[in-house]
Design a binder for this molecule. Structure first.
Ligand code: G3H
Ligand code: 13P
Ligand code: NA
Ligand code: ZN
Length: 328
């Protein structure tokens, strides 16, 4: 059944777990995520970015979610808009059956530069007023995702920051977070602590200098009842990188967010963990392997089925690591 983000994360907070939010833009991802949820008894957050909506078409996405909910009636499903950039995008998501929207006012509407606090509050508050009237939850974001190693803001999701950002801009300020939640009424808050979108997050195994999990602890102390969200939280498994490269790919050495760090976040209020890259890597590794190993094959199902299995394996790992398994 369909469920709002607020309902789902309230349950997660009561029971001390987090829900991975998997990005989705096609049927294979949807079927793989739901098969993994069914296998482990986990509730699900499916999220679509603006790019995913443009790729799949809103009507196709809406009917696909209907189908997934009908196939698995016993699994709670939250359909969430990832990184909405204005009120209109959030409205059209709701019109297509989304039960939750993210208004990312941490960046300006065109994504180019960090927005100021007043803009973020105003646009997020407007979305909260509209969405709550429709029974839909809202995620906001305070602080800019990006690398503490390079000072560069996030480049992977269209937010092509060109200027170097200060440490302060790349880390959510706990006191400002408390004000932001009070002024906007968001149901969940995405915070910045050194993660970034995509495969290239850290140039080495991250320590506290580049992955500032203590910021999450400080925010949770001030906002014990606010559901915190970690973006850019793929683990970027080395085994998948090696497999992709073994079969003709070219992914440079890189590190993601270790599962232990996410588990530490879950002990301090993190309830939603965004994951896109790990499923992309899983699918690509399986497709490359199949095409290279069986060059005479040309039925897409022959490589898409292994891709689905590889994505489902990633989902199962997260459901188990975050305590989501068994909570449906
Ligand atoms: O926020 C970033 C997500 O990984 C979605 O990426 O905009 O390429 O669909 P996308
Ligand atoms: P990854 O690129 O680490 O998977 O993060 C996805 C994300 O944060 C989507 O909003
Ligand atoms: Na999101
Ligand atoms: Zn994100």
């Amino acid at each position: 059944a369909r469920i709002t983000l607020r309902q789902l994360l309230d349950h997660a907070a009561d029971h001390g777990y987090a829900v991975p939010a998997f990005n989705m833009s096609n049927m294979e991802q949807g079927l793989a995520i739901m098969a993994a949820a069914d296998r482990t008894g986990a509730p699900v957050i499916l999220q679509a970015s603006r790019g995913a909506r443009a790729y799949a078409n809103d009507v196709v996405l809406a009917k696909l979610i209907d189908a997934l909910v009908e196939i698995y009636p016993h699994i709670p499903v939250c359909m969430h808009l990832d990184h909405g950039n204005n009120l209109a995008t959030c409205v059209t998501a709701i019109q297509h059956g989304f039960t939750s929207v993210m208004m990312d006012g941490s960046l300006k509407e065109d994504g180019s530069t960090p927005a100021d606090y007043a803009y973020n509050v105003a646009v997020t508050k407007a979305v909260v007023d509209m969405a709550h009237a429709a029974g839909v939850s809202v995620e906001g974001e305070l602080g800019v995702l990006g690398s503490l190693e390079t000072g560069m803001g996030d480049q992977e999701d269209g937010h092509g920051a060109t200027e170097k950002l200060s440490h302060d801009q790349l880390l959510t300020d706990p006191e400002e977070a408390e004000r932001f939640v009070a002024e906007t009424g968001v149901d969940a808050l995405a915070v910045a602590m050194g993660t970034s979108h995509g495969a290239y997050k850290f140039s080495r195994q991250p320590d506290g200098d580049v992955l500032a999990m203590d910021v999450i602890e400080a925010i949770h102390k001030r906002l014990p009842n606010t559901h915190l969200v970690m973006h850019g939280s793929s683990s970027v498994p080395e085994a998948l990188r090696v497999l992709i490269n073994e079969f003709g790919g070219d992914i440079k050495p890189t590190w993601g967010v270790p599962l232990e760090e996410i588990r530490r976040g879950i002990q301090h209020g993190v309830r939603k963990v965004n994951i896109d890259t790990d499923l992309r890597l899983a699918a690509t590794s399986a497709i490359r392997k199949t095409l290279v190993s069986a060059p005479a094959e040309f039925d897409p199902r022959k490589y898409l089925k292994p891709a689905m299995d590889a994505m489902a394996a990633q989902c199962i790992e997260k459901f188990e690591a975050f305590g989501t398994a068994g909570q449906a």
